[in-house]
Design a protein around this ligand. Structure first.
Ligand code: GUN
Ligand code: ZN
Length: 433
């Protein structure tokens, strides 16, 4: 049997922590191990006990003294925006028109799409992210390229071809019918193939006509197992324009609700400026608000009120994400560092246990994939990241003052990036380290 025993300081969350002292919210083994068989986790816990369950010809990957965690999950990222990151000086709508749409137009060239899809997955893996919810371009071939590369790596990824039929350059639009047909064909080819999952992806209400929104709603109704992903309430000018385009809707959130696009598999990037009514509607429908801190800061969009959404009586499901290329880093560690600062600017603190829960199990729950990813529980796929809190001289020096696990996690989040990612496994196969 091709068993693999991954040894190290094992950390996996059992539920959302209730505070920085909530020891019962996670499993932590100082001398721990994860046993992998056929790409799945078969045992996790104290090393001696787990090793006893391994076959005689077990291979051992000894990562002591590093931390062994579930791979990171990025709940919102744009594959065609690798060459958009670091575009200067614009807020959302100008940024889309001046930088993003011209760049995405290049994906009419299928070969370009294949090259970027490959580089994209290599880059996220290098940063310890083993699952993304990704936007491709409007071109069907860009989604095919993404899924081919993802499937070849045996990654669990969620992705979709963007649908957009107005307010975008001619080379970057589909039609309600072609968007529907292409999406349908992609779902048939890829949803559930290996570890691939499809997300129906109307870009946002501004770039879809009501006819296309209706088609997107029809797709969601016909494919309830698929995710829906889009953008919501990111920027004030975007909100005003949306309300002008959809005068019958109560507000921006209601636009999606009216077309049957607000449900428990729906992922809404940003959600910065939601009214109480909108937050209630999101909570009641089980929609997911995706917090993209580096992007929200970079584009000057606003401060996502994580604590308000999590503490209200009608609690929102929340995920976190890079939103590259509005976001400025592929690293989920850098992302949670910026999340901490965004929350600090609103007079609150995000504790490190909550951060690492969010990056792993929290995002998996928000994406409805916690039965497969986001934990080290037996039966789930062996997507694993190994973290070194002394990866750089500055980190190693700071670590001399670290006394607790929470302090170590906070150090990793505050100073860490891809250099702190010592190893990465996808379904038990080493892809880094
Ligand atoms: N709203 C619609 N499209 C986009 C996009 O590509 N990035 C961001 N940040 N917001 C959007
Ligand atoms: Zn986005």
């Amino acid at each position: 049997m091709d068993d693999l025993l991954i040894r190290g300081r094992v950390l996996s969350f059992l539920r959302e922590p209730e505070g920085s002292e909530d020891r019962a919210s996670y499993l932590y083994e100082e001398d721990g191990a994860v046993l992998v068989r056929g790409g799945r986790i078969v045992a996790t816990g104290e090393h001696a006990g787990v090793a006893a369950q391994a076959g005689t010809d077990v291979a051992v990957a000894d990562h002591r003294p590093h931390l062994v965690l579930p791979g990171f999950i990025d709940a919102h990222i744009h594959m065609p925006q690798m060459q958009v990151i670091a575009s200067y000086g614009a807020e959302l709508l100008d940024w889309l028109n001046d930088y993003t749409f011209p760049e995405e137009t290049r994906f009419s060239d299928a070969q370009h799409g294949r090259r970027i899809a490959r580089l994209f997955l290599e880059e996220v893996l290098r940063h310890g992210t083993t699952t993304v919810a990704a936007y491709c371009s409007v071109h069907k071939a860009s989604a095919e390229a993404f899924f081919e590369e993802s499937h070849a790596r045996n990654m669990l990824n969620i992705a979709g071809k963007v649908m957009m039929d107005r307010n975008a350059p001619g080379g970057l639009t589909d039609t309600p019918q072609s968007g529907y047909d292409d999406t349908k064909a992609l779902i048939a080819a890829w949803h559930g193939k290996g570890r691939q999952l499809y997300a129906i992806t109307p870009r946002f209400a501004i770039t879809s006509t009501p006819a296309q929104m209706e088609m997107a709603g029809a797709l969601a109704a016909e494919h309830p197992a698929c995710h829906v992903q889009t953008h919501l309430s990111e920027n004030q000018a975007e909100i005003r324009w949306t309300e002008e385009l959809y005068p019958q809707a109560k507000d921006y959130t209601d636009v999606y609700a009216r077309y049957g696009l607000l449900g428990p598999k729906s992922l809404f990037g940003h959600c910065i400026h939601l009214s109480e009514r909108e937050a209630d509607a999101m909570a009641e429908a089980g929609g997911v608000a995706v917090f993209c801190p580096t992007s929200n800061l970079f584009l000057g969009s606003g401060l996502f009120d994580y604590q308000r959404y999590r503490r209200r009586d009608k609690r929102l499901r929340v995920a976190t994400a890079t939103d590259v290329g509005g976001g400025t880093n592929y690293s989920m560690l850098r992302t949670m560092d910026e999340a901490y600062k965004v929350i600090a600017l609103q007079g609150e603190k995000l504790n490190p246990l909550q951060s690492f829960w969010q990056l792993t199990r929290g995002n998996a729950e928000a994406l409805s994939i916690a039965d497969r990813a986001g934990t080290l529980e037996p039966g789930t796929d062996a997507d694993i990241v190994v973290l070194d809190a002394g990866a750089t001289p500055a980190m190693a020096l700071r670590r001399e003052r670290v006394a607790t696990l929470a302090q170590e996690l906070f150090l990793l989040q505050t100073l860490g990036d891809d250099r702190a990612v010592a190893a990465v496994y996808v379904a038990g196969r080493a892809v880094k380290g």
